[in-house]
Write a protein that binds this ligand. Structure first.
Ligand SMILES: NC(=O)c1ccc[n+]([C@@H]2O[C@H](COP(=O)([O-])OP(=O)(O)OC[C@H]3O[C@@H](n4cnc5c(N)ncnc54)[C@H](OP(=O)(O)O)[C@@H]3O)[C@@H](O)[C@H]2O)c1
Length: 158
């Protein structure tokens, strides 16, 4: 099993403001959908609260110490418990946020699907520094528009 992060961050590394993602850019979540449909996704309890429901056509796992029952989701008390539960059963596990989960997941991660929004936003949740341990795979794809963004794939350096 490989473990991947999927995230979108602004030029100044913001991924969230309170419970919200501080941008709405048409089409920006296309890659998220394409990659995660039919797969298993893992999120922190605050990200679950921000989405407000399980994401359809995916197996939804939520990490929480305060809640143990969430509709249409399985709840785990730690990231390590999720990884242990999934290993051997999946080809790829997707960590979908938020900030606390990305940071804790980094040591276990093989791949990062990162969308970088070409603009600065105000926020209080940030994507962790990862660049020294990862390198870009393939050719980043730039999507132009009112606010342009780039799809990157990073893999752990050998
Ligand atoms: N731009 C993006 O790609 C993206 C993606 C996802 C989310 N976001 C944004 O990120 C923000 C949320 O991120 P966040 O860092 O505030 O919260 P989060 O990581 O989504 O969730 C934090 C919660 O997860 C649980 N948790 C974390 N580590 C744990 C552990 N080791 N063991 C057990 N439970 C653990 C705790 O839940 P309990 O308090 O219930 O114990 C904790 O309060 C929102 O603004 C959201 O919109 C952005």
């Amino acid at each position: 099993m490989i473990i991947s992060i999927i995230a979108a961050m602004s030029k100044n590394r913001v991924i969230g403001n309170g419970l919200e993602i501080p941008w709405k850019i048409k089409g920006e979540q296309k890659r998220f959908k394409e990659l995660t449909i039919g797969k298993t996704i893992v999120m922190g309890r605050k990200t679950y609260n921000s989405i407000g429901k399980a994401l359809p056509y995916r197996t939804n796992f939520v990490i929480s110490k305060s809640i143990n029952n969430i509709k249409d989701c399985d709840v785990f008390s730690s990231l390590e418990n999720v990884i242990e539960y999934c290993s051997g059963n999946l080809d790829e596990l997707f960590i979908i946020g938020g900030g606390t989960i990305y940071k804790q997941a980094l040591p276990y991660i093989d791949k990062i699907y990162l969308t970088v929004i070409n603009k600065e936003f105000n926020g209080d949740v940030f994507f962790p520094e990862f660049e020294k341990d990862f390198e870009i795979e393939g050719i980043p794809k730039v999507i132009n528009g009112d606010i342009s963004y780039t799809y990157y794939t990073y893999v752990r350096k050998k």
